[in-house]
Design a binder for this molecule. Structure first.
Ligand SMILES: Nc1ncnc2c1ncn2[C@@H]1O[C@H](COP(=O)(O)OP(=O)(O)OP(=O)(O)O)[C@@H](O)[C@H]1O
Length: 240
């Protein structure tokens, strides 16, 4: 597994304000070393989960502190870090830039396979692995939200990153596709770090971070983390 280290991380963003503070603190005091195979990040809307994940491949830079992936600085050695860390966005249309899923998977593979026919064969193999061949030549705009999300996941996995970061991957999925996603994640050899409001998905993790108001409020075993989060939300700790 990779060693992902967040050391003294603070993220503050400028805000337009004539009076009052000119920056908003999104994350503060983030210290964690992630080496587990499955890590989930849970927390309320706006608590800072997406920002935390975006730090991991340099999509967001810390205002202070550092993020390192296997010793590589995510802000300064972004290219090398992005080769290790694949990122799947919540909204697949932020990611799928080509007209069809097949072209998108081929685009992901352009560095790995310079030869066109080799690239096409590799793309076909990836699409088949995810049961997406049937949808591969349709416009991405004609796919359902869930189908698009699976296509975006396939396009990222095509290049076999060591670490897969997923920002709320099950949001658009129906029950069947959510189960397909859970099974897919369970069998992937990659280290997986995901944010989710789906507490069942969080239960599959080995370690769960609960983010509250920009800080890691709890870090530990899934059942305890979910109990902590439920108490935080005032929901008690009844069954899921
Ligand atoms: N670039 C930015 N400029 C201004 N505010 C930002 C920026 N990035 C994040 N924020 C704010 O920081 C807070 C945390 O955002 P983030 O998207 O990380 O939350 P989240 O926990 O992923 O939320 P959700 O569960 O709703 O997706 C929010 O209040 C958000 O509006």
């Amino acid at each position: 597994m990779s060693r992902i280290e967040l050391a003294g991380v603070r993220v503050a963003v400028p805000v337009d304000a004539d009076s009052g503070p000119r920056e908003k603190v999104v994350l503060e005091g983030i210290d964690a070393v992630l080496t587990e195979r499955r890590v989930a990040v849970i927390g309320a809307n706006g608590s800072g989960k997406s920002t935390l994940l975006r730090l991991l491949n340099g999509l967001v830079e810390p205002s202070s502190g550092a993020v390192r992936v296997d010793g590589l600085d995510a802000s300064r050695e972004t290219r090398a870090v992005r080769q290790r860390v694949g990122f799947v966005f919540t909204d697949p249309l932020s990611q799928l830039v080509m007209p069809t899923g097949r072209e998108d998977v081929e685009l992901s593979l352009r560095r790995r396979h310079r030869d066109r026919s080799e690239r096409a064969a590799a793309a076909q193999e990836v699409l088949a692995r995810f049961g997406l061949e049937r949808l591969a030549d349709q416009s991405v705009y004609e796919l359902s939200g869930g189908e698009r999300q699976l296509m975006a996941l396939a396009a990222v996995l095509a290049v076999d990153p060591a670490v897969l970061v997923l920002d709320e991957p099950s949001t658009l999925l129906d029950l069947r596709n959510r189960e397909l996603l859970r099974r897919t994640l369970a069998t992937l050899p990659q280290q997986v770090i995901l944010s989710t409001h789906d507490l069942e998905l969080a239960l599959d993790a080995e370690r769960v971070l609960v983010v509250e108001a920009g800080r890691i409020a709890f870090d530990g075993e899934p059942t305890e983390a979910i109990g902590f989060y439920r108490n935080l939300c005032g929901a008690g700790s009844e069954a899921l």
